[in-house]
Structures are given as C-alpha cells and as structure tokens.
Design a protein around this ligand. Structure first.
Ligand code: ZN
Length: 285
C-alpha cells in the first residue's frame, strides 16, 4: 500500500491506496507546528495498514539535490517553525519506508502530466496562481530540477502600461511575477480579489498580461506542449480566455510550436497535488 502527503502551508492532505488511481482512504489535518502536524499525519497513515512507500509533495523551498545530505528538507521558508525541517527523514524514520519527495507544484504537475499523457502529451508545465506563484515542469514523465526546483514566480515581467507605479509585494524582489500577480498583490492594489473586481476593471487585463508573459516564457524557453493553470486566482471568470488571447499576442505567430501549444485549466481539479504525491511514492528512494 502506498501513502501520500500533500503538505501545504494551511493543511496537510493524507491518502493511502494501492496506486495513484485508487486512493482508498483520505484525511485532512490543519498545518500547525512541525512536531504536532507530522506526528498527527504519521499516526493516521500508520493506522491505515502496512505502508510500502510514501510520496510527499511539499510547500517549499525544499532541497531536492539527491547528492545533498539535506535532501528532503523544507529549507529557508518564512513559515514560522518550519525552516530546516527534515520532513522526508521524519516519515522515513517514523514509518520505516522509502520516501519520494518533490515540491507540491511538481506533484500537481505530475498528476496533470499523467492526465495529458493519454492524449499524447510529453511536455507540460503546471502554473499555480494563488497566495504565491509557482510552476512545475514535467518533460517525458520526469519533473525538471536543476540544482533546485524551478522558481517561475520570481521572474521579472515587463510592466503593464496601466500598472507602472505599484511596487509589488514580493519581500525579495518587489515587482517579480509573484509580487505583481499573486492573490496578495491583487489585494494590495485593489483591496479585493480579482473575481470581486467589476468585469470592466483594468485589473483583469493587467493580471492576464503578467500571467501570459509567464506562459510565453515557458513556451519560448522550454517549448512545452501544454500549460495547465491552477490556483485560486485562476478560477476568476474569463481570466483563462484573457491569458490565452494575450499569450497568442505576445507570441506574435513566431514560435514554431504555435499550433501545438495549449493552455487550459486543471483536469485533476483539487486532486492534482495528492494524486501527484501518490505518484511520487512510486519513485521512492
Ligand atoms: Zn519574487
């Protein structure tokens, strides 16, 4: 039996089952301090039966270098108490099983890749636009890492003409993509969420433009076949259509894969993260 954890900043989703397609038990617990949260998660998982491997998709930043002795750690997160947390090591020791480990975004990307693979897709990016912005990349079934995981939220987009003065909310970069287009950035500018802004408010075009720039970067730099856009902000009515139209404008008909590049919403819905974590259990080491 496989076990999986989608470790988020506000909740941990837990699941067990024989395969990623078949989750036979699920449970959600609130994220508190590491000692309390990890102990409660391990206790629930152990009560489900004999586990052979566990997959963890975690909020980050995390250490993914297999050569590092800190592989499987949550590293320098600002979340109180969670910096330098050996989350993979905890479950390896506590449950006595091998651990598959990646970011929560890469886990979601894996699940979306598997859903798209049935239609012949071999390259996919999952872009999440919510409290933060992140992207997971899967090429030929394998999540992409360099010396660390991608941090697409921290690229610098070209400023929108109607958005020259906003300083941005990223504590590190100010007006990076996350600083300009995440949920907190929208709230900081206009005091409401994007879906609460009137449909004729320029905020819709401004946010769509920034996200479209990220899509253009993914298409131009990696030539992925598909970009799946998830997260709370992405649920705003008509935003996806605006992003698609703006991305096509930015591409200007030049990119060789234009006809084969696609942008769409998640096929796995809210289950992408936990399904991908189950897939990570199959790569446990
Ligand atoms: Zn940033």
């Amino acid at each position: 039996m496989l076990a999986a954890i989608e470790a988020g900043g506000t909740k941990f989703v837990l699941a067990t089952g024989p395969s990623p397609d078949t989750m036979t038990a699920r449970h959600t617990i609130p994220t508190r301090d590491p000692a309390t949260t990890l102990a409660e998660a391990a206790q629930w998982l152990a009560a489900q039966g004999t586990i052979t491997a566990i997959g963890i998709g975690s909020f980050g930043p995390v250490e993914l270098d297999p050569g590092s002795d800190r592989w499987g750690f949550i590293t320098n997160t600002p979340k109180p108490g969670w910096a330098d947390c050996d989350i993979a090591g905890y479950f390896r020791t506590r449950l006595g099983v091998l651990v598959g480990f990646d970011t929560d975004v890469n886990a979601a990307a894996l699940a979306e890749y598997r859903a798209a693979e049935t239609a012949g897709c071999r390259s996919l990016a999952y872009l999440t636009i919510g409290t933060g912005i992140g992207a997971g990349l899967v090429l030929n079934g394998v999540p992409v890492h360099g010396v660390a995981h991608p941090e697409m939220g921290h690229i610098y987009p070209r400023r929108h003409p109607l958005d020259r003065d906003f300083a941005g909310v990223c504590p590190h970069h100010g007006d990076c993509l996350e600083g300009l287009a995440s949920g907190p950035a929208i709230m900081a500018r206009w005091g409401v969420s994007l879906s609460q802004l009137p449909q004729d408010h320029p905020g819709h075009a401004i946010i769509a433009d920034y996200i479209a720039q990220a899509c253009h970067v993914l298409f131009a730099a990696v030539a992925v076949e598909r970009i799946v856009i998830g997260g709370g902000v992405a649920k705003t009515a008509e935003l996806m259509e605006c992003i698609m139209a703006r991305t096509a404008e930015l591409g200007a008909g030049y990119l060789p894969g234009t006809a084969r590049h696609r942008i769409h919403g998640p096929q796995c819905g809210e289950d992408a993260g936990i399904s991908g974590a189950m897939m990570l259990a199959q790569t446990a080491r």
